[in-house]
Design a protein around this ligand. Sequence first.
Ligand code: ATP
Ligand code: 9VF
Ligand code: MG
Length: 440
Amino acid sequence: MDRPALEKLVKQNDVWLSRADVLHGIQRYETSQRKIRIYTDCGEAIIVNNSRRSASARSLRNSKYKKVCKKCKLSEERINRFVTKNFNDPAITYVDAGGSKKSASKKVGKKTTANIIPAPISSQEASDLSNFSKLSIVENTAEKNTAEKNTAKNTAKNTAEKKTAEAKSMPVKYSPSQKKRLESLLISDEFDLENDDSLPPFEALESLLVTRRKQELCDIYANSREHMLAKLERDISAFLISKGFIEIKSSILIPEEYIIKMGIDKDVELSKQIFRTDGGMCLRPMLAPVLYNYLHRFDKILPDPIKIFEIGPCYRKESDGSSHLEEFTMVNFCHMGSGVNRENLISLLDEFLTFLDIDYTIEGDECMVYGATVDVMHGDMELSSAVIGPIPMDMDWGVNKPWMGAGFGLERLLKARHKFKNIKRGSRSEHYYNGIYTSL
Ligand code: ATP
Ligand code: 9VF
Ligand code: MG
């Protein structure tokens, strides 16, 4: 098998160079398509890209090191072999992927040893060293026990907070990319980046924020373990069920003709926002069409009034960022039959938002699909468009009773509740967990 270069280097050299050029013994290693996880003799686990062009590969080829890790207890033979690159010595056993060393053949007779004197270590390198061990701890979470992790975390936290305090005297400016990184680490939740002159240099501030974000994620893992979007869906679901609404889960993939039937013609804005798929289907941009069908069918089955709701993903091609997602979660509840009036709609909306602990105002508006709407606002952001029927379109769906309904975006509710600047923090995401950036 044609093995990638770094893996071969790891196997041959049997030692590893940290970022600060400290030499470690390799106890064992594991490879995947793109990564190598190296377990050092001193008990660290390091993950690196399995790339022939990586800095790690270059360091191993060049044999430059500054210091030997004391805990690894490297034999002179191992160091010597690394430096002289004498890999053909049959007396030497090499480490294998996944396994530990095969034999005691390291006990070779005393051989001529190259005169290796490590260069003295600078203070910058010493701090790189501490970064290296921090990094290793993060990558090695599965193997370490909680007590060790907490000690390491506290050390990292103390270092970061010390650095912050030391540098408080001089105002610092950050580059655009540094600001972007600090924003992703949620600096604005805690500090005023633009106006606070007492903020420390980038590295110290980044380190402090990373420590805090990690701690928050660990707290979630130790305590609630619930995703805020999923939890909100569960809470809303329980609330509506308690108010007599029946829960529906319908398909996310719907016939494209439902969009036309909702009065959304080709030249209407929403029509251009539809994600169309093969076979005349599309990703639903709203829950209303299928809820209309349910109202029609349930009216023949269930007693008056008919109260239904659905919560689930909706898709729209959007260009406008901070309150719009292309993939968002809608709740649409609808009450048809007796008890439909504006007063009851407003009082249901009030109970709903009081239950969710979100401030709101009510405004009248017009929309293309439903005509007159009762808009629920949080500042300038629309939380919901609510409507009181009947409306002419009902006929096309076989619905002939009065109704009242409302559609809320769950991510907008989270944005309002948690004062997020960016709606992405509460959305389905690979990058944010409960509003916390996970590339730490
Ligand atoms: P906007 O004018 O803000 O684009 P809209 O009028 O298109 O909203 P509706 O079609 O009435 O919105 O949808 C009902 C609710 O769904 C909205 O009040 C909002 O809370 C939410 N919503 C709509 N589009 C999005 C989106 N792209 N991202 C997140 N939530 C959305
Ligand atoms: C109000 C918002 C289609 C008669 C079963 C219920 C409503 C708001 C809906 C959504 C939409 N309408 N984004 O209708 O509840 O459909 O535009 Si029914
Ligand atoms: Mg819109």
